[in-house]
Design a protein around this ligand. Structure first.
Ligand code: DC
Length: 212
């Protein structure tokens, strides 16, 4: 592939797989803007928590997508488990996915290239991406990482509860009818279970470079 084509990197994977860390590191390494697409679903979920709305109602979830500008990207509650869980629930609604689609596509199509991480980047948002990575790790490793992350944020948690929550979230994200979490056929698999951050980032950079 010619290196004059804008570099668009799609990073997909389940919750707490390390895809966010890897996507941010790829963006820094290749000098590209980065979008954490999960934060859009989280912002809609937090809008419902804060300003009211029933996550069981697609109508109310879609309405929250139109009101979420009130949530700022640095809001600490965006990263909470309850918000992540509501985000996973409402992300199954086709109306919610449609409401959030265009800003993700536009980000992916910007002239200089981009890195996006999420669940359906390589399959739906940017099937044209020049490099696609599917980042995963065992559920035990993901739970331990999520627990450390929550403790660091001063949000103590129980490992068993995190395992149960991640398993439920995996099932919901994989089984929904509209844009489920899936490894695009042309995505390279990166299992970070036995890897530290530096090794995982180095492996991801090597995978992207292989596609150029
Ligand atoms: O990546 P995350 O844990 O912050 O994402 C929260 C939820 O948002 C996730 O459980 C499913 C949903 N999501 C999605 O459906 N599609 C994306 N591209 C990103 C996130």
């Amino acid at each position: 592939m010619s290196s004059t084509v804008p570099l668009v990197i799609a990073v997909d994977g389940p919750a707490a797989s390390g895809k966010g860390t890897i996507a941010r590191a790829l963006a820094k390494h290749f000098g590209l803007p980065h979008m954490d697409t999960g934060s859009l679903y989280r912002a809609a979920a937090l809008t419902m928590v804060r300003f009211g709305g029933d996550p069981g109602s697609e109508f109310e979830a879609v309405r929250a997508c139109a009101q979420m500008a009130q949530i700022t990207a640095d809001d600490p509650e965006l990263r909470s488990e309850i918000v992540g869980s509501i985000a996973s629930r409402i992300s199954a609604y086709p109306g919610v996915r449609a409401a959030l689609l265009e800003r993700q596509r536009a980000f992916a199509r910007q002239a200089g290239g981009a890195v996006l991480d999420g669940r359906d980047i390589g399959s739906v948002i940017a099937p044209f991406a020049s490099a696609k990575l599917f980042v995963t790790a065992s559920i035990e490793v993901r739970a331990a990482r999520r627990m450390a992350e929550l403790e660091e944020r001063g949000m103590p948690a129980h490992l068993e509860e995190i395992v149960v929550d991640l398993a439920a979230r995996d099932a919901r994200d994989q089984e929904r009818a509209d844009a489920p979490l899936t490894r695009a056929g042309d995505a390279q698999l990166l299992d970070t279970s036995g890897m530290g951050v530096e090794a995982a980032v180095a492996a991801a950079i090597a995978m992207v470079q292989k596609t150029r």
